[in-house]
Design a binder for this molecule. Structure first.
Ligand code: NAD
Length: 453
């Protein structure tokens, strides 16, 4: 059996060796899920709700253990990793309200009555990327289980440790065997098998636009339901009337959090020209102040990149002679470190401005006015996230409506809140996760007419 070696990105040391599942093992997992499906669906709604709450409690009880696994297995700063484990529990708890609220409709029709039911969609294949292994697992897992579906999760090759542990915790919490399984393995083997197998009725994929669009085509062959959360190139638009101090002080965290390995990273800062110089003056100390270092230190704000290959890819966006306005610090020595880097001025076709870097590199661009800000913000195939900084509420709403993106924050850099829908416009994805309507993505509406005449 082949195995993956999980490396600590901060030390380059091996942390664990994880068996890579085969396509046959994926088939066996799918058979187990199919066997578990009728029982899980039949669990009374209140009991399913309390199982999800118990699962959340067990995850919370292991918060520190999960956080430490993420620190060593992905290089996430420990404060962030604790939040991520907490987010899994919070999302499970949020959707534990779902089973008892899967309401249908009664619709007036001639000759009888019509009722609708929300039926579980069936086995869900959850394909997770390496950048946020715990939260992204939780966002699919919570509503899928709440709606009565078995779930098979395939974590990313480099970052399977927390998902494997959360799978064990599900059993400890009392979820029946086969209801939630974690299958580490290669995307092209295990992930692809989940996509191709007829008994898997829904794929929830988070990852690159390249792989996501291929999976969408593959899913189309079986008219398989699919939700896609893909890449991003989000704009952070700062108008002259904004609280510039606050906008500049927080802008580094909007792009350098998770070392920029964030689909919501605001990696283009568009600043109204009249305040551009002042904004850059304020941005410099904020960038230099980002604490980059040992992920195990609670004071650390930014850790290393995930791998040597990824660091080389990120570095390719900052070739010799690139217009580096200023950059922060990064440790020397072992680890896949890359310093927070600010590029300005950049040409309109600079790949750092037009492509998803997925690293701690941001471009800052002056814009003349609102119209130009909107035009540049929308000049990308992506549309995931973004921020607007202004004190003019009318402008905030006007620009928010004009920017073609799924998630916007005004005078804030918040991206994902589990109470609200999350997902992308254009090539950033298809469908929405989180929020009160996420259960709809894991149910099919059944419409039943009962004749009364
Ligand atoms: P990736 O597309 O390479 O891999 C994502 C997952 O898909 C992994 O588990 C991988 O093993 C699996 N996979 C790969 N090939 C497959 C195949 N043929 N069939 C089935 N599964 C397959 O992405 P990545 O490099 O892990 O993640 C980075 C990307 O994810 C970035 O583009 C980022 O923007 C995006 N992302 C998006 C969101 C969002 O919510 N929109 C969130 C996080 C990351």
């Amino acid at each position: 059996m082949s195995t993956f070696t999980v490396l600590n990105p901060a030390t380059e040391q091996a942390v664990a060796s994880v068996p890579a599942s085969s396509a046959e093992q994926a088939d066996e997992a799918i058979s187990r899920a199919a066997a578990a499906q009728p029982g899980w669906r039949a669990v009374a709604p209140g009991e399913r709700a309390s199982l999800l709450r118990r699962f959340a409690d067990v995850v919370d009880a292991h918060n520190e253990e999960l956080a430490q696994l993420e620190v060593t297995g992905t290089g996430h700063p420990v404060g962030q990793a604790r939040w991520e484990a907490g987010n899994v529990a919070a999302v499970l708890r949020y959707y534990s309200a779902g089973p008892e609220r899967l309401l249908g409709q009664q619709i007036p029709v001639p000759g009888g009555l019509n009722v609708t039911f929300k039926e579980p969609v069936g086995i869900v294949g959850l394909i997770v990327p390496w950048n946020f292994p715990m939260p992204i697992l939780g966002w699919g897992l919570g509503p899928a289980l709440a709606a009565g579906n078995p779930v098979i999760a395939k974590p990313a090759e480099r970052t399977p440790l927390t998902a494997i542990r959360i799978g064990e915790l599900a059993l400890e919490a009392g979820l029946p065997e086969g209801v939630f399984q974690v299958l580490p393995g290669k995307g092209s083997v295990v992930g692809q098998r989940l996509v191709d197998h007829e008994l898997v009725r829904k794929i929830v994929f988070t990852g690159s636009t390249e792989v996501g669009s291929k999976l969408m085509a593959d899913c189309a062959r079986q008219v398989k339901r699919v939700t896609l959360e893909l890449g991003g190139k989000s704009a952070n638009i700062v108008f002259a009337d904004a609280d510039l101090e606050q906008a500049a002080a927080t802008a580094p965290y909007a792009v350098f959090d998770n070392a920029g390995q964030d689909c919501c990273a605001r990696s283009r800062i568009l600043v109204e020209r009249s305040v551009f110089d002042r904004f850059m003056e304020l941005l410099e100390p904020a960038v230099l102040g980002v604490a980059v270092g040992d992920p195990g230190d609670p004071g650390t704000e930014m850790g290393p990149l995930i791998s040597a290959e990824h660091r080389a890819r990120v570095a390719s966006y900052v070739p010799d002679g690139a217009p580096v306005a200023f950059r922060g610090q990064a440790p020397a020595g072992p680890g896949y470190w890359y310093p927070p880097t600010v590029l300005a001025p950049v040409g309109a076709d600079d790949p750092a401005l037009t492509e998803e870097v997925f690293g701690p590199v941001v471009t800052v661009v002056p814009v003349e006015d609102e119209a130009e800000a909107i035009r540049i913000a929308n000049d990308t195939p992506y549309g995931l996230s973004g921020s607007i900084w202004t004190r003019d509420i009318g402008r905030a709403l006007r620009v928010a409506r004009a920017v073609e993106t799924g998630n916007l924050s005004v005078n804030s850099h918040a991206s994902v809140r589990y109470w609200t829908p999350f997902g992308g416009f254009k090539q950033s994805g298809l469908g929405r996760e989180l929020g009160p309507d996420a259960l709809d993505a894991f149910t099919e509406v059944k419409n039943v007419f009962i004749a009364t005449e």
